[in-house]
Design a protein around this ligand. Structure first.
Ligand SMILES: C[S@@+](CC[C@H](N)C(=O)[O-])C[C@H]1O[C@@H](n2cnc3c(N)ncnc32)[C@H](O)[C@@H]1O
Length: 416
């Protein structure tokens, strides 16, 4: 493969990967060696034409194509891609010799995949946007990866009739799993995709088990949204300057009913737990999303701009997305953590008519998750025709093309 030749590029690239390795170590893990090698090999600046070299090695999505305020395409952030490649490689026990379909092109991830699948594997990448595929073709050629197949099409439909892949990796935010993705998977194949459930995105690695797909791992992620036949609208309701509720498809909130909620007194309730720093709270957020709802109680996602958090208008645990509920003129959300030495407590804030009771209920759910051993979610993807009686235990979410069940298995006491 072509080398870029400047020390600047190579040292910037190595510094970027060193940061990634250090971040992983802080989380108690390490990247797979072949993923780390691929990251150290592919010159990302060749896929970010026109951008200063340093920017190509920042851990950010770049070359964003906008439609109004919304990004519809980008060259994804390297660490996001690297983690998904790690999920794929773990699930398939390595990618050497695999045949891969990437949905959402740009060239950079396709090149990493090309490095990972080796001479006997193959990479096909598809994008709905001709401008993106044209750029990917020329960037891949410039980097010497001229055996990647680039297709311009809506990936909702089969790409190459009758062709199957060992790995389908989706790099665009999805709301559903169209039949074409499952049909194009080999029997032992793995689908890695960023999927929105309850308004929150996670990158899931899924394998077939009989008539269904079952997750083997999941990670927090964020991607531009799907276009074409699988596009689904994400709607926001502003509840204060720089604070909004994110609604999933089919959800309705009366903006007038929530407009002044945050100006009413805040009720803060603590769970009274003590958790170590590496606890994955994105698992808790899906747990909270899947708790049985009371009548008229709605689950929504709260997000806030930095200014709104700094001004103390809201105190969410993570400003980009925290679980929230609306019920009886009351808004409740997962609040900032309370640290004592090296451990932290979980809490909920509420505003409105039944604030104390609603915040109390949210922290009870948090305590139940901690008492269950902080279990991660497992996603089951079943055909739409599956009768209720054949569904596994868990929270059911019906999409257009499949039935999803999110399940949590409590850890047995004494098991890791
Ligand atoms: C985040 S970018 C992909 C980044 C890329 N994998 C990389 O290497 O950096 C997401 C892409 O998905 C594409 N896309 C959106 N909807 C699509 C669809 N239905 N079929 C195929 N591509 C789609 C967009 O045009 C956009 O270029």
């Amino acid at each position: 493969m072509t080398s870029v030749g400047t020390m600047g590029s190579e040292s910037l690239r190595n510094a970027m990967v060193d940061r990634f390795v250090a971040d992983q170590a802080a989380e108690g893990s390490s990247p797979r060696p072949e993923v780390e090698r691929a990251l150290r090999t592919v010159p990302r600046e060749l896929f970010t034409p026109g951008l200063p070299l340093e920017q190509a090695y920042e851990n950010e999505a770049v070359l964003k194509k906008m439609r109004g305020d919304e990004a519809i395409s980008s060259v994804s952030a390297p660490f996001l891609i690297a983690r998904m490649l790690g999920q794929a490689a773990d699930a398939l026990n390595g990618l050497d010799g695999r045949h891969v379909l990437e949905i959402g092109s740009g060239g950079y991830n396709a090149s990493l995949l090309r490095e990972l699948v080796g001479a006997s594997g193959s990479v096909t990448t598809v994008d709905i946007d001709r401008e993106v595929t044209d750029r990917a073709v020329s960037c891949l050629a410039a980097a010497g990866y001229d055996d990647v197949t680039v297709v311009c099409a809506d990936a909702e439909h089969p790409i190459v009739p009758a062709r199957t892949f060992d790995l389908i990796i989706v790099t665009v935010g999805s709301w559903d799993i169209p039949p074409a993705w499952i049909d194009q998977l080999t029997d032992d194949g793995v689908l890695v995709l960023p999927l929105r459930t309850f308004g929150m995105s996670r990158s899931w690695a899924l394998r077939r088990r009989e008539d269904r797909l079952v997750s083997v791992s999941q990670r927090l992620c964020g991607f531009v949204s799907m276009q074409g036949a699988g596009a689904r609208e994400v709607r926001y309701v502003d509840i204060a300057d720089g604070v909004h509720l994110r609604l999933d498809e089919g959800q309705h909130v009366d903006p007038a009913a929530v407009a002044d909620l945050l100006t009413t007194p805040r009720e803060q309730v603590w769970a009274g737990v003590s958790l170590p720093p590496r606890t994955d709270l994105s698992d808790l957020d899906l747990w909270l999303a899947t708790r049985p709802r009371r009548d008229a109680e709605q689950f929504v996602v709260l997000s806030a701009q930095e200014d709104a958090v700094e001004a103390g208008i809201v105190t969410p645990s993570w400003r980009f997305a925290v679980p929230a509920t609306l019920e009886a003129g009351t808004l409740t959300y997962r609040s900032a953590l309370r640290w004592t030495d090296r451990h932290f407590d979980l809490g909920a804030c509420a505003h409105g008519i039944v604030a104390a009771a609603a915040a109390g209920r949210m922290v009870e759910h948090m305590r139940a998750w901690v008492e269950a051993g902080s279990p991660p979610p497992v996603l089951h993807v079943l055909p739409t025709r599956t009768p209720d009686g054949d569904l596994p235990d868990g929270a059911v979410l019906d999409k257009r093309h499949c039935r999803l069940v999110l399940a949590f298995t409590p850890h047995e006491k004494g098991t890791p």
